[in-house]
Design a protein around this ligand. Structure first.
Ligand code: SF4
Length: 229
């Protein structure tokens, strides 16, 4: 496990739970708007944190925190992810996985072994427009497979999309919502211009509140719940 950082306390990363958040290094995508280039670009990686130090910290948080969120980067690229999560579960924490959906096999293994309690998967774009947002020429089949695995599981989940004016058309939202038809929860995230992986995107403007509301209404034609975050 290459872990680039830890947030020791968060009330916003796991719904209604107090959690620590662990950020893994490395990603399969290079989203223009990514706010964590230090977790994506190898040249910007910090020295990884010591795993035993992380478990020593988690031991002190038993009974004080409910959950551990594994985020990134893209956690499913980590070779020892399953063993790492098994150790976290032995400490009786709930586990949430944040993923871009690139690795359906790992997602399936984690769910079938009861190792995760909540999963949040990014939906980057309509399936045929993924390369435009992620900068990677990847078959959308893996994304579709991850969606199916998550939606047919019994664990809590959300799909979420960061919407950026220069990358998404207002009309895209309906296609994106259709690709997760009947999903329990879809979160639309407003793009906040700040540090971005592609510096040209640090100045991109977000959609207006009115546009976001319109997109939320369109998404609601296809999913059960949709919120703007
Ligand atoms: S925003 Fe894109 S590049 Fe950044 S961590 Fe997420 S999937 Fe990777």
């Amino acid at each position: 496990m290459l872990i680039g950082g830890i947030q020791k306390f968060s009330l916003i990363n796991y719904p209604k739970k107090a959690a620590a958040v662990i950020f893994t290094q490395g990603c399969s995508f290079f989203c223009h708007y990514c706010h964590n280039p230090e977790l994506v670009l190898k040249d910007e990686f910090n020295t990884p944190l010591n795993i035993e130090d992380i478990f020593s910290f988690l031991l002190t948080r038993q009974g004080k925190l409910d959950a551990v969120v594994i985020s990134g980067g893209e956690p499913t690229l980590q070779k020892n992810l399953i063993d790492f999560i098994k150790r976290v579960k032995k400490l009786n924490f709930l586990v949430k996985l944040d993923t871009n959906g690139v690795n359906p096999k790992i997602i399936k293994d984690l769910i079938s072994q009861n190792l995760i309690d909540y999963i949040a998967m990014d939906l980057k774009a309509p399936l045929d427009k993924y390369p435009k947002v992620t900068n990677v020429d990847l078959s959308s089949k893996r994304i579709e497979e991850s969606i199916k695995i998550i939606m047919s599981s019994n664990i809590d989940y959300e799909f979420r999309s960061t919407l950026v004016k220069n990358l998404h058309e207002k009309e895209d939202i309906e296609e994106m919502a259709k690709s997760i038809k009947d999903a329990k929860l879809y979160i639309l995230q407003e793009f906040v211009p700040k540090v971005t992986l592609n510096p040209a995107y640090s100045k991109e403007t977000a959609f207006s509140d009115e546009d976001m509301l319109n997109m939320q209404n369109k998404a609601l034609r296809h999913v059960k719940k949709c919120f703007i975050r």
